[in-house]
Design a protein around this ligand. Sequence first.
Ligand code: OMP
Length: 236
Amino acid sequence: MPEPISPRDRLIVALDMASTDEAERLIARIGDAASFYKIGYRLGYAGGLALAERLVRDGHKVFLDLKLHDIGNTVEEGVQSLAGIGATFLTVHAYPQTMRAAAAGRDKAGTGLKILGVTVLTSYDDADAREAGYASSVADLVAARAAAAGAIGIDGIVCSAAEAPQVRAILGPDRLIVTPGIRPAGAEIGDQKRVVTPAEAMRAGVDHVVVGRPITGAADPRDVARRIVDEMAAAL
Ligand SMILES: O=C(O)c1cc(=O)[nH]c(=O)n1[C@@H]1O[C@H](COP(=O)(O)O)[C@@H](O)[C@H]1O
């Protein structure tokens, strides 16, 4: 069985900000209310990779959300380059060729970096999947991609907590389920479509929740982070 994860370490704050200065100010305001930070496109392309190294040095955990997807050789080499940063998680799109290449890069680098496959983005519903050319429902696509991720041997997947019980049955207890699209009750949903509260995510068997705007846009980000952690702790 996997090690138990503390409620605080289950929260991953998405640093979707324009500059590393802004991100560092937010991290200072959040203080010890969170320990795990996600760096995606916006910050990653604006000095975020150097910030990731500093955060790791300062004892934080880092999730590099770069959603790699390319020919196998490029993905494998990209993963090897990123593995030296010291991040805990890196995302790739959950296509079998891409996941196999990422697993090979991870194994060659041997730094402990874990690969997460992004199944179907939480901003998609069935109509969006149809528009993108898929005949399956979102739930069926997530299940198929989760099964492929497990068979290939990457470390976990990203999906909505709405699919977590089904995905847990497919992946078993040892792979990670990481879920964005998390909104505390009453929070603005924005462009997310498959939305779940922090408490429901815990009850659905999720390992980590990713929360961005409800924290980054709050007047008191530390207080919101604390409330989310407390809500998760009460639901576990
Ligand atoms: O890979 C991700 O982190 C991701 C996958 C997904 O399906 N949906 C999703 O929202 N995300 C990311 O999770 C974060 C959610 O942010 P908020 O909607 O502001 O809480 C963003 O940084 C997204 O890029």
